[in-house]
Design a protein around this ligand. Structure first.
Ligand SMILES: [Zn+2]
Length: 382
């Protein structure tokens, strides 16, 4: 296992992007857009079925989110697992290939988007562009986007809505054993980040963080960064009912190598997101060391800000998921308000904002416009 000092020798791509741009835009729901393009996702493997029969549709969806303004695409591996694939007769070798394919589709979409973007705006799209107050049109300030390999919770494999309850009755060791093969397969792909998502309980968050810190004997883990994002029951509690304020200390205690760059909330109703972001920010800040002598305070504050984990938010549209019917309950979704809401979540402390289920490219474009405006980009985006 590396020490925290060794781990910091390679920079976290998400933090680097946030520091240059002032924010990061995450993508929206992958399955939502696949369905909008006509995909049938009614099987137990949900969006992962497209890895088997139509990977290029996945790539097209990633491209549409990059075009809409996403700095980070999250791969189609959320509900892909060795056990899930085995249940439909896919062996381990093929399952590994499919997990790697999920990252490759996002990486190809990113590379093609970025190549076209640079060609269309050749003068100003180097990675060193900053999004400070320089009077450049905002669209020309895009930075090369990232690919985050999705690791769905154990509940996502169960496909019974358990990721919104967290009552697995499994030990941390059992959860580690279940997650280990997929995490290793995804870590070997060279994805920029690992996105541990829709985690409903502290035990699973701990299990994932311990796994991220395992030494698997290869170089894959030497520069691995991840975020841990939880599903919440309200603005102060995980889906399991445990206090959201306990997430940051639990992660810090397990993250010996400094692998976890960000903590977040996702697939949670938008009405809970602002309070959840504030709770995460407060808990992260509370872990900061006490300040030393006054003359060193400013320097130490800057160092602490760099060490503190980022907070991210990518809520769903606010509709209810009927696990028995495997369908969204039509209601009062809030995807149409994501621009306005994103501005509030960012102001509350979320460095990266996007959407989850039922949030599409239009909402992601609104998020980008809102965050650019908050950073002084105004209306000069074309
Ligand atoms: Zn979701």
């Amino acid at each position: 296992m590396q020490t925290a000092e060794e781990a910091t020798t390679c920079a976290c791509p998400l933090r680097a992007l946030v520091e240059k741009q002032g924010f990061a835009v995450l993508d929206g729901g992958l399955a939502t857009e696949l369905e909008a393009l006509g995909a049938d996702l009614t099987s137990k493997l949900w969006s992962a079925t497209k890895l088997l029969d139509d990977p290029h549709l996945i790539k097209a969806v990633h491209r549409s989110y990059y075009e809409a303004g996403a700095d980070v695409a999250i791969t189609c591996s959320y509900q892909a697992s060795f056990q899930g694939f085995a249940s439909i007769g896919v062996d381990e070798t093929r399952a590994t290939e499919l997990l790697q394919l999920s990252v490759r589709m996002a990486a190809e979409a990113r590379d093609e988007f970025w190549s076209d973007h640079q060609r269309l705006t050749p003068a100003t799209t180097t990675a060193s562009d900053s999004c400070g107050t320089a009077p450049l049109p905002c669209r020309r300030r895009r930075l090369r986007p990232l690919v985050a390999a999705s690791v769905g919770s154990y509940g996502a494999f169960l496909a019974d809505g358990s990721e919104y309850k967290g009552n697995y009755g499994m030990t941390i060791e059992q959860l580690m054993d279940w997650h280990r093969p997929r995490l290793r397969a995804l870590a070997a792909t060279g994805a920029d980040l690992v996105a541990c998502e829709t985690v409903p309980c502290l035990a699973e968050a701990r299990a994932l963080v311990l796994l991220l810190n395992e030494d698997d004997g290869t170089a894959c883990y030497s520069c691995l960064y991840a975020w841990i994002s939880v599903s919440c029951a309200d603005g102060a509690h995980l889906a399991s009912g445990e206090a959201l304020a306990e997430l940051a200390p639990a992660v810090a205690a397990a993250d010996a190598g400094g692998r976890v760059a960000a903590l977040g909330v996702n697939c949670t109703a938008p009405r809970h997101a602002e309070a959840a972001v504030r709770a995460l920010r407060a808990a992260v800040a509370a872990l900061a060391e006490p300040l030393p002598q006054p003359q060193q305070q400013q320097q130490r504050q800057q160092q602490q800000q760099r060490r503190q984990r980022l907070v991210i938010a990518y809520p769903n549209a606010g509709e209810q998921w009927d696990a028995a019917a495997r369908a969204w309950v039509e209601g009062t979704g809030e995807a149409h308000r994501f621009g306005e809401l994103a501005a509030r979540w960012h102001a509350a402390g979320a460095a990266a904002v996007g959407g989850c289920c039922r949030v599409g490219p239009d909402a992601v474009a609104a998020v980008r416009a809102a965050l650019e405006q908050q950073h002084g980009c105004g209306d000069d985006s074309d």
